[in-house]
Design a protein around this ligand. Structure first.
Ligand code: AAL
Length: 410
């Protein structure tokens, strides 16, 4: 018996030596972990004491791309709006779209509902389970981005029995080739904790409508998750399925490289907590035509962090602001191909659910955050839209440090 196991051991050793010798060698260029050629300047810049004693943190710092710069250093402030978008008791206005700027007028689309949230404990058929339940999509206009006039409903919930009969919400708008496209989340009644969420689309010749809805959703959750039991418990699963097996949220379409990239947030059945945050990921689906069909990328998920989608065309690629959940929250990330995102910088304090002002310069780092819209939780039941302002900073200075500097050099 002993001899047999020695023989088996020798055989396994032999096969592993053989396979190690015959394995194709990995290309050398991208090999991380070899720090022998790091320049003295780089070590000095990173403040590393001893190249022979690299901590895990120092190795990660040495792996950072050389392109890191301070284009994304800045601060945000948030302000109340005036006119119809000022806080209104009893009304929910939230998840503002990006802003359109047409003939001197800004347009924004948003989710609007009335009344408090009842939650999932009671009569879900007649009550309101979330602040974004029983919403329609409304729009407002402004000359200066401060005082807004609510113009009316853009897209309403569908008739009973249709895929969007319960709520239409969290819209994003795209202008392309003289036409306007609104994509948004949809819910079909009944709205319980296991209800799947989809994405709908409407289009129009003018931002004022009339909007024509597509009769089918343009995006649905993956159908490869399996719930465990019949109980209304979204954490109980036999199998979780893809990152978007439960919900597809926060859609945003960007015309890119002759195609249409629909970025979205995915929620998975049996959501877990990882790295101290919810298991929230982003994906993309691509179409040749703005109306679809949208095909999910096989590279999904394209982010393992984030929440509301906030993406914009930056130079020849796509930039993405990652907030709220996951290990990479609080970063801006760039993908030269719209799919493979890499961290460019940490960006603390960015407001949530940002509606970008796409009329600003999208190619110059922080400039895209000059001003735009966000929402604020007045309380759990009621949210209202606010304006954010972003100010780029180039250095970190203490109080009166600049004045002291000037004096010293006089
Ligand atoms: C938001 C978005 C989606 C969710 C809800 C309303 O922050 O992620 O829109 O469904 O919360």
């Amino acid at each position: 018996m002993k001899n047999l196991s020695i023989l088996t051991g020798l055989f396994l050793l032999g096969t592993s030596i053989f396979s190690a010798c015959t394995k194709p060698t990995a290309p050398q260029a991208e090999v991380k972990g070899d720090y022998s050629n790091v320049s003295k300047e780089k070590l000095d810049f990173l403040g590393i004491t001893d190249i022979n004693h690299l901590s895990a943190a120092s190795k990660r710092a040495l792996d950072w791309p050389d392109s890191l710069n301070n284009d994304w250093f800045g601060e945000f402030s948030v302000h109340n709006l005036k006119g119809d978008l000022a806080y209104e008791e009893g009304v929910v206005r939230r998840d503002p779209s990006a802003l359109l700027f047409i003939d001197g007028l800004y347009y924004v689309f948003y989710s609007k509902s009335v009344g408090k949230t009842d939650g999932f404990g009671g009569d879900i058929e007649n009550e309101k389970v979330f602040p974004w339940d029983r919403c329609d999509i409304w729009y407002a206009t402004s000359h200066d981005g401060w005082t807004w006039k609510e113009e009316g409903v853009a897209v309403e919930r569908g008739d009973k029995g249709t895929f969007d009969d319960r709520s239409v919400f969290t819209p994003e708008v795209m202008e392309y080739d003289g036409k306007y496209y609104l994509c948004y989340q949809t819910i079909k009644s009944p709205y319980n904790v296991r209800t799947k969420n989809q994405v709908g689309l409407a289009y129009a010749d003018s931002p004022r409508g009339p909007w024509k809805k597509l009769s089918e959703p343009i995006l649905s959750p993956a159908d490869n998750g399996v719930w465990k039991g019949e109980e209304q418990n979204r954490f109980l699963v036999e199998k979780k399925g893809d990152f978007d097996s439960h919900k597809v949220h926060d859609p945003c379409i960007i015309p890119y490289k002759g195609k249409f990239y629909l970025y979205y947030k995915g929620e998975q059945m049996g959501e877990a907590i990882t790295f101290g945050g919810r298991q929230i990921r982003h994906g993309v689906a691509i179409a040749d035509n703005p109306l679809g069909p949208y095909v999910k990328s096989p590279y999904n998920p394209i982010s393992n962090s984030g929440h509301e989608i906030c993406v914009w065309k930056h130079k020849d690629g796509i930039m993405s602001l990652i907030t709220t959940d996951g290990p990479e929250k609080g970063t801006v990330q760039f993908a030269a191909d719209g799919i493979n995102f890499n961290i460019q910088a940490s960006i603390p304090g960015a407001p949530h659910a940002m509606g970008l002002n796409r009329s600003l310069n999208t190619n110059e780092g922080f400039a895209i955050f000059g001003w735009g819209l966000t929402h604020k939780y007045h309380n759990y039941d009621y949210q209202h839209i606010q304006r954010f302002q972003g100010r780029r900073k180039t250095a970190h200075t203490a109080k009166n440090e600049k004045a002291a500097n000037k004096k010293a050099t006089r």
